[in-house]
Design a binder for this molecule. Structure first.
Ligand SMILES: *Cc1c(COP(=O)(O)O)cnc(C)c1O
Length: 322
């Protein structure tokens, strides 16, 4: 790994200032049913109720608000088919700069439409023939755009850490905190926050069972690369952690757990039926992962970040009816 300087909790605090008045301070929800089910006191941080429907607004807005006037004129470029695209498009619109989003040709029409709806200029590429990172770099060079990656960037991951900051400030210290894990922006930002505000708190990332590269990386001490995993958790289909995110995760995180698609569906059903909230498959990873280590959580106070709620209703119904 190349020599990099990892961000700190002070950077999370600075991000929180930049987000003030722009990001929602999302609600913390509790459920007697879930407490009984887990044998613990559980606090859910509801980022499914964040602007554009996921925590990614935090990192995107934080990164873009640090642009120089010259960078703002050139605008931002991002590659994503999901929540990062919408986060960047919305943040750019709010900050008055152009945004170009590079999406695969087979991205769901609803996601393309949502990104365009936030004012993003969508460029389509063939995911089997073209290299999206090369396209992004080319656009950045030729048009003076600044590339903002979905997770491996100090301003992105420290922005994501502000969700946990709000959670600890609202409910006090916790024995354990669980977040979904894709490329590790949310988990590493959460880890910086937890280490600063609740030093004894255990920190868990939860990734799809079909793609446990994070778990293997954490346990082997080296970033493991995998083919795009097949899972319903489309926000966590990443192939590897990043240098920044892994640097923090290996140092601060307690362990990485996994959850199967069936376990995610059970958790989505519980959220809908008992808590009346709509959670996307990836957003349910935290609860599903906590349930896998239930014996260790008896009588504890735990936090679970619900990372997003962007799933179209037909798909949601289809998943729950199986
Ligand atoms: C992006 C995303 C994740 C994974 O976040 P990373 O920072 O890549 O680990 C989890 N849940 C949702 C809803 C997401 O959009």
């Amino acid at each position: 790994m190349t020599d990099i300087t990892l961000p700190t909790y002070a950077d999370v605090e600075a991000a929180a200032k930049r987000l003030e008045g722009h990001a929602h301070k999302t609600p913390v929800m509790t459920s007697r049913t879930v407490n009984d089910l887990l044998g613990a006191e559980v606090f859910f941080k509801c980022e499914n109720l964040q602007r554009m429907g996921a925590f990614k607004f935090r990192g995107g807005f934080n990164a873009l608000s640090k642009f120089t006037p010259e960078q703002r004129r050139g605008g931002v470029v991002a590659f994503s088919s999901g929540n990062h695209a919408q986060a960047i498009a919305l943040s750019a619109r709010l900050l008055g700069m152009p945004a170009t989003i590079i999406m695969p040709h087979d991205a769901p029409a609803a996601k393309v439409a949502a990104t365009k709806g936030y004012g993003g200029n969508v460029v389509v590429y063939d995911r089997y023939k073209e290299d999206r990172e090369a396209i992004g770099r080319k656009l950045a060079e030729e048009h003076g755009m600044t590339l903002i990656p979905p997770y491996d960037h100090p301003d992105v991951l420290t922005g994501q850490g502000t969700a946990a900051k709000e959670l600890f400030e609202e409910v006090g210290t916790l024995d354990a905190i669980f977040t979904p894990l894709g490329g590790g922006g949310l988990l590493s930002g959460t880890a910086l926050t937890a280490r600063a505000l609740a030093p004894q708190c255990k920190i868990y990332g939860v990734e799809p069972e079909a793609g446990n590269d994070g778990q293997r990386s954490f346990r082997s001490g080296e970033i493991v690369d995998i083919p795009t995993p097949k899972t319903i958790a489309d926000g966590a289909q990443t192939q590897h952690l990043g240098n920044y995110t892994f640097g923090i995760i290996r140092r601060d995180v307690t362990d990485i757990l996994t959850a199967s698609d069936a376990q995610l569906i059970d958790s989505m059903r519980l959220f809908a039926a008992r808590m009346k909230i709509l959670v996307e498959p990836t957003g349910a990873l935290g609860l599903a992962g906590a349930l896998t280590i239930k014996p260790e959580l008896q009588g504890k106070r735990i936090g679970i970040v619900i990372s997003g709620g962007n799933v179209d209703l037909e798909r949601f119904c289809q998943l729950l009816s199986n």
